[in-house]
Write a protein that binds this ligand. Sequence first.
Ligand SMILES: Cc1ncc(COP(=O)(O)O)c(C=O)c1O
Length: 388
Amino acid sequence: MKLSSRQDRLGTETAFETLAKAKKLEAMGKNIVHLEIGEPDFDSPSYVVSAAKKALDNGFTHYGPSAGQPELREAIAVHQGEFNGYDISPERVIVTPGGKPVMFFSILALVEKGDEVIYPNPGFPIYESMINYAGGIPVPMKLEESKDFNANVNDLKKLITNNTKMIIVNSPNNPCGSVTSVEDLEVISKIAIETDIVVLSDEIYKEMYYEGDHYSISRFEGMKERTIILDGFSKSYAMTGWRLGYGIFPEFMIDAITKLMTNSVSCTSVFSQMAAIEAIKGPRDFTLNMMQEFRKRREIVFNGLNSIDGINCRLPLGAFYAFPNISGTGLSSEEFANRALNDYGVALLSGTAFGEFGDNYIRISFANSEDNLSKAIDRLSKMISDLK
Ligand SMILES: Cc1ncc(COP(=O)(O)O)c(C=O)c1O
């Protein structure tokens, strides 16, 4: 028996593999500090949990419309409209089980064999995986450390060919914690319009800034019609396990994406969606308080990493990731990550898990307590001094 050849083209998200390895070591009695997985370590808001219980009691236990519960689509349209300063029709909102399916569905719906998709590298690994799976050609847009992990957008035009179908932007960025400036977004938007390509704008960290505010590329003149906004509840509301995300799609894609929902999962969990209405309509305090905690942790990680010989870390401006350069330690990214986990009990990811340009870096998720982060820094510091 044989798998289809397209399976050979499917990548993965290493965070889940490292988590499994770390859990195995823990089961053997090892103490591990978890800095590998990209999820807030806070509980979901209690009022959202109560709303889910109420929805279950009220019988929201059946199938719902494939595109999502109308009340939630409406609430998302209002939230996104207010956030971005333009009107969004609820028709354009499709609720999905997590933000990830928005990548999967958008790429499947748009990319033909041989079509090129420009994507950030280092970047979220599922972009490249899905482009390959759909038969497309991934074209990496290098994020440069010297530009605070942004692309040189003036060189972007060189990556465009007659086969370019889509460009993916992700700000704030996973794994770099970087933020794309409004000026750079404008350059990208102009290129997208000139060359008639679609932009998939992954804005899942839009409420996670340490300085400044979010600006969606969809706001530029002529961009609404060609931008897919990916967003969801996983990060801003600490609701990763609920599997709740959504896309705001250009009109021409709505039927295709709804059909993909019907074909794959029928609909997103209905009682989860009813609870999500409370999350999106509720106060912003939950996210703001979480960001206050992340800010303190960012200091610990940034100062701690920079105090270690051979490690250089830029200050993350958004999300909850640090992406230090470890080339001065003499270890490769993989060696660093393996040694940290197996010998020093710190689970983190090699930068290469985020693409070829992640070489010489590691990713640290600072979604862990201040005590655990300090412990991790001490352990990494010992690991590097033991090299001598
Ligand atoms: C950049 C980025 N986009 C999308 C997602 C997917 O989030 P979800 O858990 O809602 O599928 C993640 C999750 O880590 C992410 O980092």
